[in-house]
Design a protein around this ligand. Structure first.
Ligand code: AMP
Length: 138
């Protein structure tokens, strides 16, 4: 995997506003926040996308994410928020190192704006697709 700015932050080569750290996880403030308290939670493992991350790092992230969300809520006073994790440039991933955004949503103007181009799922299409996914998971 190519070097990223988050790798440099993990190694302490460039600064960050650190919020949390353990053996596998680092959390720090986003440098261009969408709202006050916008925090990034990253694995120390240098995986580019979530599908390539080890179960150990995924478990470590999952274990600590709710706790960091509670801290963000407590400090900002904002109870509504989005957790976002982008994978690939077409999906708005700018930095090729897995990172979860915790983004407080204090009002309509601040925080994450979401386009949601939904389409109905026809039952036969859904049944066939779910069967394929179950098979892929075996
Ligand atoms: P994404 O589009 O999901 O890859 O988001 C990358 C995020 O990293 C953006 O929200 C940036 O503002 C943030 N970011 C980039 N460089 C830094 C940095 N040095 N410290 C903190 N956050 C950063």
């Amino acid at each position: 995997m190519s070097e990223t700015i988050f790798g440099k932050i993990i190694r302490g080569e460039i600064p960050c506003h650190k919020v949390y750290e353990d053996d596998r996880v680092l959390a720090f403030l986003d440098i261009n926040p969408l709202s006050r308290g916008h925090t990034l939670v990253i694995p120390k493992e240098p995986a580019q996308t979530l599908d390539t991350l080890s179960e150990e790092s995924a478990a470590a992230l999952g274990r600590v994410l709710p706790r960091i969300c509670r801290a963000v809520i407590a400090v900002t006073g904002v109870k509504e928020y989005n957790v976002l994790e982008n994978n690939g440039g077409g999906a708005h991933q700018a930095i090729a190192h897995v990172h979860f955004h915790i983004i407080p949503k204090p009002n309509h103007a601040e925080g994450l704006g979401i386009g949601w181009p939904m389409q109905p799922l026809a039952p036969p299409t859904g049944a066939a697709l779910a069967a394929k996914l179950r098979a892929a998971l075996e």
